[in-house]
Structures are given as C-alpha cells and as structure tokens.
Ligand binder design. Structure first.
Ligand SMILES: Nc1ncnc2c1ncn2[C@@H]1O[C@H](COP(=O)(O)OP(=O)(O)OP(=O)(O)O)[C@@H](O)[C@H]1O
Length: 252
C-alpha cells in the first residue's frame, strides 16, 4: 500500500521557492492500480519521484507498506516515458539488469525471464540493442525488466505516450495481462483519460499549481475491454477531459 499524507514539495528557481505540490493526500491500496491524471505541470512526475525516493526534500508523510520510502530496502519498479533502457546493453542484458543488481542471478530468475520473454514476444530479440527495436518492442523490454524484478510497487510515468495509438492500446492490454497475474501496487501517470479509465481502479485528478488532489474516483470497470466500447466509457472520458480543460490545460 502507498499512503501519502499532506505532501508538499517546493523547487528552488532563481533563488525563489516554487511550490510544485501542496496538501497532497492519497492512498493506493495493496494490489491496485491508481491512475494519476491532470494538466501539464501540475506535479504528476514530482509525485512519482517522491514515491520512488528520488526526491527526498519534502514535507508530509509517504509510507510504502507501512514503512519509509527506502529504495535500498524496497523493490521499486520505475518505468519512465523513454523506457529507460541502456543503449550499450543488449535486450537480454537490459531485462536482467535490475534483478542482477537487487538479487544476483539464479536459475529461477532465468526460467521466469524465459517465460516473460515468450509471453511478450521478445525471444528472438534478445541479442539486439534497444536502438534496433521499435518503440513498442522497447516498451515490452521495459515491461519484462520491471515484472522480472517483482517489485513491491510499480511507478509508471506516461509509459505509453511515445507510442502510436494502436501500439499504445496493444501495450495497455499487455500491461493489464501482466498486472493481473502479478497484482503489483501501481501508480500510473498518464495524459490519456481513456488509459486512466481502462487501467486504473482509482483515478486521481490533480489540479495545478501548486499541484494538489482535486478529485478521487473509484472505477469498478478497470481492465474490462467491454467497458472501453460502451457509451458510458465515452461519456466518462469526455467528462474527465472537460474537467482537465476547465483547469486551463490541453489534454489528449
Ligand atoms: N527540477 C526542477 N526544478 C525546478 N522546477 C521544476 C523541476 N522539475 C519540475 N519543476 C516544475 O514543477 C512543476 C511540476 O512539474 P512536473 O514535471 O512534476 O509536472 P507534470 O504534471 O508531471 O508535468 P507534465 O504533465 O508536463 O509532464 C512544473 O511547474 C515544473 O516546471
């Protein structure tokens, strides 16, 4: 579980403090996906960086499974928008990387990696380098790496936004299938309201600036392909887009 209470973050710019986040409180229950949406610059990435332990200078409390945010003690899976692959390492080396650092390598991990690669269609690409792959393939490598790690929490910062619409939807399904098996507590930052409505059990709408939680919605249809084709889904998407537009931002 991720529990955030009264979080505030300020950045220093030109010798002045600028509040990026203020009064942010939210809870992500164990084994659920929380989708965070909101206008550009409202502090979504800042929020993820705090939970990832990358930003330590904040006020308020952030607890993961009841304890402090400690990347040394916890397994934190982080998927950035640009996939975060090392260009000088092959696909296989990239997938093994996080596991090797955390646990060393084992036969069990090798078997799990083989199964994941088969599921993700990566078996024939293992000796290639990231720059020899399409965006969708790179995204699959990034997913294989993070699911092989079996993290305590998974943080995804606009993971599918660099992909074309068809590949993006395909990758949402791939993620949904992997997540359903692993049930990892996940925070997903996205610009796409449809993605939030498809993948998030909880949808957190943030407003800026400083960024704060404007609304929290429960979404009991999460993960349902059928829900994506309903007029209700379309209406809900429009409603969310209007809310974000009303905050003075463009959304997709
Ligand atoms: N390192 C930094 N130093 C100073 N200001 C920063 C820094 N990083 C972000 N900011 C500012 O903090 C605010 C929140 O930024 P953040 O990247 O968290 O927003 P975001 O909601 O993720 O934006 P986007 O949707 O465009 O990616 C913005 O006003 C941004 O300009």
């Amino acid at each position: 579980m991720i529990a955030i209470e009264d979080l505030a973050v300020a950045y220093q710019r030109q010798k002045q403090e600028h509040n990026a986040l203020q009064n942010v409180s939210l809870t992500v229950p164990q084994g659920t996906v929380c989708a965070v949406i909101g206008p550009s610059g409202c502090g979504k990435s800042t929020l993820l960086k705090v939970v990832a332990g990358l930003i330590k200078d904040y006020t308020g409390t952030v607890r993961i499974n009841g304890g402090e945010v400690s990347p040394k003690k916890l397994r934190i899976g982080f998927m950035p928008q640009n996939y975060g692959l090392l260009p000088w390492q092959t696909v296989a080396e990239n997938i093994r990387l996080a596991c090797r650092i955390k646990d060393g390598w084992s036969e069990e991990k090798a078997a799990k990696m083989e199964a994941l690669c088969q599921k993700l269609g990566l078996t024939d690409l293992l000796n290639r380098y990231p720059q020899e792959l399409s965006g969708g393939q790179q995204q699959r490598v990034s997913l294989a790496r993070v699911f092989l790690l079996e993290p305590d929490i998974l943080l995804m910062d606009e993971p599918f936004s660099a992909l074309d619409a068809i590949t993006r939807e395909e990758m949402q399904d791939v993620f949904r299938d992997l997540w359903e098996e692993a049930g990892i507590t996940t925070m997903l930052v996205t610009h796409y309201v449809e993605e939030a409505l498809y993948l998030g059990q909880q949808i957190v709408l943030m407003s800026g600036s400083p960024g704060t939680v404007a609304e929290v919605m429960e979404n009991r249809w999460q993960g349902s392909r059928q829900w994506k084709t309903t007029t209700e889904f379309f209406a809900k998407s429009q409603e969310l887009k209007e809310k974000i537009k009303a905050m003075g931002a463009r959304t997709l």
